[in-house]
Ligand binder design. Structure first.
Ligand code: GLA
Length: 765
């Protein structure tokens, strides 16, 4: 494991436990190529994969047909305009207006450790960027310096690995060593040239996650062909619509089999990622911030830092890919002290009251909730300024004392008396046209002068690229957090960016705005956590429009979607879980008919689906049917019993509702394989169907296990009804080995009606 250089053959080996990436430098001109990435192979001489031995393709030898090489070589940092016509990783425009560039090897260094990423923003502020860190294990880094001698630019390509992970982390820093400004029109975090041979000679399938508001991250799969297949966001956030992730896999790959190459990026703004298959069936797979709403005037002596890309190769299908992402994020990205802690079970008042609440109403919800095992009240939107609907007051973060009589202090004190924790909602990055803030500082909204900016949810975006604006926002947050005992903040962002103009940015730097905006978000969240290190931060963006690895650096949990319908959530959560640990998914039980879909789903099924994330409720507990209120104490107690396995365990996907049409199923298995939680959700009646046999995953084949439906031992359980108990007694396999459970399976009884749940607590006998 680690990183090594073979000087004789000019080869770099970047190794993890099960994978290796090999880079090679051509002899004469020093082009850097990616000659192999995949399953671990011995560190032998792989130079032949550079194809320089195949005359007439060596450019220095065959200057007459130089393009034959440049348009075919497996470039590791492909540029534009000099003979490679494929999708470039970098586009540069020099002071003469020309856009040709070509990079060659200059030097390298290999070191133990991994450096933090940062970027100089406006006003000389250096902003730390989110990124993975070594944590309790060792990191190894290879930094390769490439240069374009004509432009006098250096590109530093960094590759890091951790001892306990199969991921490779990659970023690029561009430094202008010349006396002239060069404009970066595009620069990607990673681009690698694979070949269809990586997919056994076939065109790969591509997996992406796509959706809309209330329908985030559903899994899409398509077979690629020649040309470009790409997903992107130009909204200034990672977005509801597409996700900064893609996986290329063998056409037959499934959850348990097949080679998968996946990439994501530690970034929360614009992105572009995908694969381009060229005339020779070579596959260029890339990820980065892309070219939309971006240009960066790289002045002499300055540098530009890309976000970090995460590259994963897995040989055991999508489950094995998910394990690498989940473990990487838990061990090397999420910093929160809550990472391994049991999260408080919360009740959020958004779907309970929307804007119509006061202190008494909140306290009534809180006291009822506390009696049923809920631990924290989260006061959502509407507690400040004159905010009685979503048309005003963003930016005016002063408590509305008509609603909160006695201020936030009284609410906080009263909650404390009842033993409830207190959480609060903010939308710090926004400004309402109808706000005191906007009346005082109209130039603080992002806008193009002379053009009325596009309103979305009747709000504008604050220009947090400006330090004075960030200072104002931070001051508002701190003033509220200092006044009351607040343990949790829900940080929301309810509209994408548009009309990119900043009142004080010179024209030549305006193309920086969107990138600087994301840095501004990071700066604010970093300051918040520095000042309140024990704060539990949950990011949110109109549901899950900013659910990404960048945000996980700041918040251990993210609101998954505004769609709380348990059946819709099956597909949303299945997509999210492909990359993100279950412990990061905010998932709440809400009331029925569901406010978004109108669907009615039994209370226990709603809870079973929410229990695979960070669990909570989002309903008026004082108004739901008595039967549901009475079920909550058992649900909260079940969550406490299963939450450790969900939070710390390995995730396995058994079936997806989107594919079966009738059921959805997944598992969390403890690291030592002594305990597991199996969840099965029936999402449509299956007439004529008897019980179904489902094969389990992830258990130790040698160990013996017992299986108990969750709630089975609770007298009068509402979670495991008498009928379910009786059905289980007829089908319980008793004490059986992991091998039997994984190869022969367990019977899942058919549940009458459209919807049903079976959760099995699986323990080593
Ligand atoms: C967004 C969030 C919701 C809620 C509302 C409040 O839509 O996703 O959970 O906080 O804003 O306006």
């Amino acid at each position: 494991m680690g990183i090594s250089f073979d000087p004789e053959n000019r080869l770099f080996f970047i190794e993890t436990a099960n994978t290796v990436m090999c880079l090679a430098v051509t002899d004469e001109e020093g082009f850097l190529g990616n000659v192999y990435y995949g399953k671990k192979v011995p560190k032998e001489n792989l130079r032949y994969l550079l194809r320089t031995s195949l005359n007439p393709f060596v450019p220095s030898v065959n200057d007459r047909d130089r393009g034959c090489y440049l348009d075919k070589a497996p470039f590791e940092f492909p540029s534009d305009g000099a003979g490679d016509y494929r999708k470039p990783a970098v586009i540069l425009r020099d002071a003469r207006g020309c856009d040709a560039s070509l990079f060659t090897y200059a030097s390298h260094r290999i070191y133990e450790g991994k450096e933090e990423l940062s970027q100089t923003a406006r006003d000389g502020a250096v902003i730390k960027m989110p990124g993975t860190f070594a944590g309790s294990c060792t990191a190894h880094t290879l930094e390769i310096k490439l240069e374009d001698k004509a432009l006098r630019l250096s590109a530093y390509l960094s590759y890091s690995v951790f001892d306990d992970s199969d991921a490779i982390l990659k970023n690029v820093k561009l430094v202008n060593d010349s006396e002239e400004t060069v404009t970066i029109e595009k620069i990607m975090s990673s681009s690698i040239d694979l070949d269809c041979s990586a997919f056994d000679g076939k065109y790969p399938d591509m997996i992406t996650l796509s959706g809309s508001w209330a329908r985030e991250r559903r899994i899409d799969r398509r077979t690629l062909s020649r040309g470009v297949s790409e997903v992107s966001s130009s909204r200034g956030e990672s977005s509801h619509q597409f996700h900064p992730f893609f996986a290329l896999c063998e056409p037959g790959a499934d959850d348990s089999h097949g080679k998968v190459y996946a990439q994501t990026i530690v970034w929360s703004g614009n992105f572009e990622c995908g694969a381009a298959i060229d005339q020779f069936d070579s596959v260029r797979a890339y990820i980065g911030t892309g070219s939309r709403h971006f240009s960066w005037d790289l002045r002499p002596g300055t540098s530009f830092q890309t976000p970090e890309a995460v590259l994963v190769f897995a040989d055991g299908g999508f489950d094995s890919m998910s394990h690498v992402f989940h473990d990487l994020f838990r061990s090397h990205l999420i910093r929160s002290p809550y990472l391994h802690r049991e999260r408080p079970i919360l009740i959020n008042n958004w779907e309970a009251t929307y804007f119509d609440f006061d202190t008494d109403k909140l306290l009534a919800i809180a006291s009822d909730a506390r009696d049923r095992g809920i631990e924290m009240l989260v006061m959502d939107d509407g507690w400040f300024g004159n905010r009685n609907d979503d048309n005003s007051s963003l930016g005016d973060w002063t408590v509305n004392e008509t609603k909160l009589q006695g201020g936030i202090e009284r609410l906080s004190d009263e909650l404390k008396k009842t033993g409830m924790k207190f959480g609060i909602w903010f939308e710090p990055e926004m400004i309402s046209p109808d706000s005191d803030l906007y009346r005082a500082h109209p130039d603080w909204a992002i806008a193009v002068s002379g053009r009325r900016p596009c309103r979305m949810r009747n709000q504008y975006v604050l220009d947090i690229t400006r330090k004075e604006v960030r200072d104002y926002v931070f001051g508002c947050l701190a003033a509220v957090l200092d006044k009351a005992d607040i343990s949790y903040v829900k940080w929301d962002m309810n509209r994408p960016l548009s009309d990119l103009g900043s009142a004080e940015l010179p024209a030549e730097s305006m193309g920086r705005l969107s990138y600087l905006y994301t840095l501004g978000v990071y700066d604010l969240q970093e300051r918040l956590l520095e000042r309140y290190p024990e704060l539990l931060l949950e990011n949110c963006s109109g549901g899950g429009a900013r659910y990404d690895a960048g945000m996980l650096y700041y918040s251990p949990q993210i609101w998954c979607s505004d769609d709380t319908d348990a059946i819709e959530r099956l597909s949303i959560q299945a997509g999210t879980e492909m990359i993100y640990p279950l412990s990061t998914m905010g998932a709440h039980v809400s009331t029925c008919p569901n406010h978004i879909t109108g669907r009615n789903v039994p209370f226990d099924v709603r809870a079973a689906v929410a229990m695979s994330g960070t669990f909570g409720y989002e309903l008026d507990i004082t108004a739901i049917p008595e039967e549901e209120r009475a079920a909550i104490p058992e649900q909260t107690s079940i969550y406490r019993q299963v939450s450790e396995t969900v939070r710390e365990g390995d995730y396995y996907r058994i079936a997806r509702a989107a594919e079966t049409g009738y059921y959805d199923s997944w598992m969390s298995v403890s690291r030592d394989r002594s305990r597991a939680l199996f969840t099965y959700i029936q999402c449509r009646a299956y007439p004529g169907g008897g019980s179904r046999i489902v094969k389990l995953k992830g258990l130790d084949p040698e160990k013996k296990y017992t299986l108990t439906p969750v709630g089975y031992d609770t007298p009068g359980s509402r979670f495991c009804s008498r009928e379910k108990k009786e059905m289980w007694e007829k089908t319980d396999p008793g004490t059986v080995s992991g091998s039997v459970l994984m190869n022969a399976g367990v019977p899942v009884p058919y549940m009458h009606g459209d919807y049903g749940q079976l959760m099995l607590d699986i323990r080593e006998a």
